[in-house]
Design a protein around this ligand. Structure first.
Ligand SMILES: [Zn+2]
Length: 254
């Protein structure tokens, strides 16, 4: 099967570079080898050595460009700057660059990377993502996703520290000024309350782990997987994610 390139990963790299303008370096951790060529797997750290640590990641599902675009907008708009008095912000701008270019959820091996965080020998994209984590390092991890089956915004919340659920509702409260919220009692066959899915299984009960559960297993304070509806205009999806990021950083309990 030959797929057509839908987006340009290199263009994203160039946008990130010019938005940072020397403020921080984009680190290439490794090249991901695919039949369509090599893609750099990259990370960015802003506010090195600040006391609070957040990881913002996007693009693990290649057909969800809204997250990658949100990270570009977060940097281009300078919206991250007020947070650098407190936060060290680590960014994984595009975990699945092949999928991003070819608009596939999976990577070039046809694997959903967000199902492989418990694997004994995970794929390079997963290993590289895992390499960003140190035990008890992150106060907060934010994963930017999109959902083509949802008409409204929602999120998954799970925490190792108190105050996570309240923070989840605060994020939804901020986002609802921009975008409607998915108020269904069940989303993805999981019980939801006002756009917040918080009754998640424990890690040891799960056959496979998404990145969020790996994050929690590394004793992250609060983990949020943020889902914006794909069927709205890209600018609206970006605005909603930006508002979620800003609220999470402003309101994250110490
Ligand atoms: Zn996704």
């Amino acid at each position: 099967m030959s797929l057509k390139k839908k987006r340009d990963h290199e263009q994203i790299i160039q946008r990130l570079k010019s938005s940072l303008n020397g403020v921080a370096q984009i680190k290439t951790l490794r090249q991901i080898e695919t039949p369509s060529g090599n893609y750099p797997f990259q990370s960015i750290t802003l506010g090195d050595n600040n006391s609070r640590h957040v990881l913002v990641s996007a693009g693990i599902h290649g057909d969800e460009p809204g997250g990658v675009e949100t990270i570009c907008a977060f940097l281009e708009s300078g919206k991250y700057k007020p947070f650098l008095s407190q936060w060290e912000i680590t960014i994984l701008p595009c975990i699945n660059p092949y999928g991003f270019e070819y608009d596939t959820r999976e990577n070039h091996n046809n694997k959903d990377l967000n199902r492989l965080f418990k694997d004994e020998s995970p794929l390079p994209e997963v290993v590289l993502t895992q390499s960003i984590f140190k035990p008890s390092y992150f106060d907060l991890t934010l994963e930017l996703h999109e959902d083509c089956d949802s008409d409204g915004y929602y999120l998954f919340q799970k925490s190792n520290k108190p105050g996570g659920l309240e923070l989840g509702y605060k994020i939804i409260d901020a986002v609802k000024n921009i975008i409607q919220v998915n108020l269904n009692n069940e989303i993805d066959d999981i019980k939801a309350d006002a756009g917040v899915i918080h009754r998640l299984k424990n890690a040891n009960e799960m056959e496979w782990w998404p990145m969020a559960i790996y994050s929690l297993s590394m004793n992250t304070g609060h983990s949020f997987t943020l889902e914006t509806p794909t069927n709205l205009p890209l600018t609206t999806r970006i605005e909603a994610h930006l508002s979620a990021i800003e609220t999470a950083l402003n309101e994250c309990p110490e």
